[in-house]
Design a protein around this ligand. Structure first.
Ligand SMILES: [Zn+2]
Length: 261
């Protein structure tokens, strides 16, 4: 039982709320969770360092990054964070060098994808440098099996998307539960992901385009009454969603938005 501990407030900041194509100049998917002095990211799009610079966040202060799936707009910022940790600080960064380990938790294959991305971009040494210094650790999130990542309890739920490893995540910290769909078509799995969550963040790319790998807004609305989350916020907005926000009745995130639960 944890009832004796008063729940601490958990701060969530959207560091990126767009898709991969910069529609509306939105940054790519990234969600910051802060609780009890620790900082975590959920997904890590390629614009992550821009977002952190914009919102005054030291990349070295991030304890862990959770990855939903291995599309570049969801994990492509990790190579940059690893490079920054090795190179930027000694060259006069605003922030001191990273001293705390960075834990990366994601689907099977995450470590290989991150290492391969660094190799492809010809940043070949930072991966080994970080690992040898004990500053980089990878954890594979097994489907529907709760994992402890720092103060987080994380469960990954397989979802339907364009990559077979895609998951939604359910994160509990400080007595609060934050659920996130990642990129996912509608399946009733999302009901489990969002069940009684303090906040359900749902990626909704279009208003009404039929896509095999994304729930659109119309479909989400058909199932809205079945979702038992306390609060729903939409993110990962494509151009169509942004151009027709007047039709959207749900709360919509914007870059920098802060929510406290
Ligand atoms: Zn995707």
């Amino acid at each position: 039982m944890t009832a004796s501990a008063s729940p601490a407030s958990v701060r969530i900041q959207f560091l990126g709320t767009g898709g991969p194509f910069a529609s509306g100049a939105r940054l790519q998917t990234c969600i910051l969770i802060e609780s009890s002095g620790r900082r975590y990211l959920i997904d890590c799009g390629m614009t992550v360092l821009v977002a952190m610079a914009r919102f005054g966040i030291d990349p070295g202060s991030i304890d862990a990054v959770l990855i939903t799936h291995l599309h570049g707009d969801h994990y492509g910022g990790l190579p940059l964070m690893i490079l920054e940790a090795c190179v930027n600080a000694p060259e006069g960064s605003t922030y001191p060098p990273r001293t705390r380990p960075l834990c990366v938790a994601g689907p099977a294959g995450t470590e290989e994808h991150v290492q391969n991305a660094l190799d492809v971009f010809e940043w070949r040494t930072p991966f080994a440098t970080m690992k040898n210094a004990g500053l980089l650790q990878f954890i594979t999130l097994e489907p529907r099996r709760e994992a402890a990542i720092g103060d987080l309890r994380v469960t990954a739920f397989p979802v339907v998307h364009y990559t077979p490893e895609a998951t939604a995540l359910r994160v509990t910290v400080g007595g609060k539960t934050i659920a996130y769909s990642g990129d996912a078509a509608w399946t009733d799995t999302l009901l489990d992901v969002a069940a009684d969550a303090d906040l359900f963040i749902c990626g909704v790319y279009t208003i009404d385009v039929a896509q095999g790998g994304f729930v659109n807004y119309r479909t989400l609305e058909q199932h809205r009454d079945r979702l038992t989350c306390k609060r729903l916020v939409l993110t990962h907005l494509g151009a169509q969603m942004q151009n027709r926000l007047g039709e959207v009745k749900e709360e919509v995130a914007s870059d920098g938005l802060v929510i406290t639960v």
